[in-house]
Ligand binder design. Structure first.
Ligand code: HEM
Length: 400
């Protein structure tokens, strides 16, 4: 598989041609370096996300030995304790129970009520960027907006918020293909610190409840909703990390794409009614989360290839989002694209709980930048992060 090279700078700069080749060559490809089956077609990715013979985890049905897998390194325990009890790593019935509790805070109606706050924050951040005559869009807007919103929802005090990005970045390193031992060490340290921090925060909220989501989860727990302390910690960590990581990247990937398509950016500046389809198109065009994995709990057939129990499939979201079977001219950025069933928020039971919030945040920052920085333009070539799964930039220098 010469072109699928997740560590190569050329692939990271533009993985979409390699995906086209994978799609042309077949529907399931065994990829030896990560011992996974790569799935590049939209129809397969979409169907497999809804397939109950696959799971984010297998512990609810099999031991490691039964599943033919080696147990995780005991030295990585703090990472697994935090990660594996978050809803994203759970399957029903545990997943259903926790998702039901959390989803109350993320209904489109609840999130709608956050809109004025999100817009105000976006305006303040962009106004500051303009005052300063430009800077790094990532640190000035893309990062602080979603971090503040999710921290506010959970009741993380403002002074503690700078801790969240480094913890999240260290933990997210584990989601790349074949993380190194050094990445694991950083993730373990961050997980231990983050867990200790969250335990303290939960204890403080238990003593003095507020109107935040952590207080809500404590109340549910205390009313016998069967949320263990470890699950509560893992849920808070997941919400805080998932609640900003992809939004940060979607914002900078999106503006990077706009800068490289000046006619599309001009069309958006001229017609603000394009904003809703523009947000969706930018999420499709340069997919912020490129791959999600599933374990094969019972054999499945993909295009005539039987994938056995114990195998792992890697669903290529970025490829699915550029599949010409679903998207007309998939490699073109078309902010007016209406028929856009992109898969960037996943599908099935793990469909992104924060999708309505992410959409509001992306639209708010984009609107503020269009309004307050009408001449926003690149000020230098951005550096791409050396990550494949979580696709982003190290920064995005801009002039106003
Ligand atoms: C552009 C921004 C975002 C993108 C692209 C994104 C994408 C995703 C994807 C692809 C999944 C499912 C992964 C899978 O199927 O294995 C997911 C799950 C999740 N996301 Fe997001 N997300 C975004 C923003 C957010 C925000 C703002 C929150 C706020 C809380 C959030 C919270 C979650 C949670 C809690 C889950 C786990 C859901 C479950 O397992 O049932 N995400 N997200």
């Amino acid at each position: 598989m010469p072109d699928f090279a997740p560590r190569s700078p050329a692939f990271l700069a533009d993985p979409y041609p390699a995906y086209a080749e994978l799609r042309a060559r077949g529907r399931a490809h065994y990829y030896e370096p990560s011992d996974q089956w790569l799935v590049p077609h939209h129809a397969d990715v979409s169907a497999l996300l809804r397939e109950r013979r696959l799971g984010r985890s297998y512990g609810h049905r099999f031991t490691h030995e039964e599943f033919g897998r080696t147990p995780p390194d005991p030295g990585h325990e703090p990472f697994h304790e935090l990660n594996d009890q978050g809803m994203l790593e759970l399957e029903p019935p545990d997943h259903t129970r926790i998702r039901r509790l959390v989803s109350k805070a993320f209904t489109p109606r609840t999130v709608e009520q956050l809109q004025p706050y999100v817009r105000r924050l976006a305006t303040e951040l962009v106004a500051r960027l303009v005052e300063e005559g430009g800077g790094d869009l990532l640190t000035a807007v893309a990062e602080p907006l979603p971090v503040a919103v999710i921290a506010e929802m959970l009741g993380v005090p403002e002074t503690d918020r700078p801790l969240l990005r480094p913890w999240s970045a260290a933990i997210c390193g584990m989601y790349e293909l074949n993380p190194s031992e050094e990445t694991a060490r950083h993730a373990v340290t961050a997980s231990a610190e983050f867990s200790a921090y969250l335990r303290e925060l939960i204890a403080a909220r238990r003593a003095t409840p507020g109107g935040d989501l952590i207080s809500g989860l404590i109340a549910a727990h205390d009313e016998g909703e069967r949320l263990t302390e470890a699950e509560m910690v893992a849920t808070c960590a997941l919400l805080l990390n998932a609640g900003h990581e992809a939004t940060v990247n979607a914002t900078v990937n999106g503006w990077h794409a706009l800068f490289r398509h000046p006619a599309q950016l001009a069309a958006l500046r001229a017609d603000r009614a394009l904003l809703p389809t523009a947000v969706e198109e930018l999420m499709r065009y340069d997919t912020p989360l490129q791959l999600f994995e599933r374990w094969v709990l019972d054999p499945v057939d993909i295009g005539g290839t039987t994938i056995p129990r114990g195998a792992e499939v890697a669903l290529l979201f970025g490829s699915a989002n550029h599949d010409p079977a679903v998207f007309a001219a998939p490699d073109a950025l078309d902010l007016a694209r209406r028929d856009n069933p992109h898969i960037s928020f996943s599908a099935g039971i793990h469909y992104c709980i924060g999708a309505p919030l992410a959409r509001i945040e992306l639209a708010a920052s984009m609107a503020a930048l269009l309004d307050l920085a009408p001449a926003l333009r690149p000020a230098g070539e951005p550096v791409r992060k050396p990550n494949f799964v979580i696709r982003g930039l190290e920064g995005l220098p801009v002039a106003v």
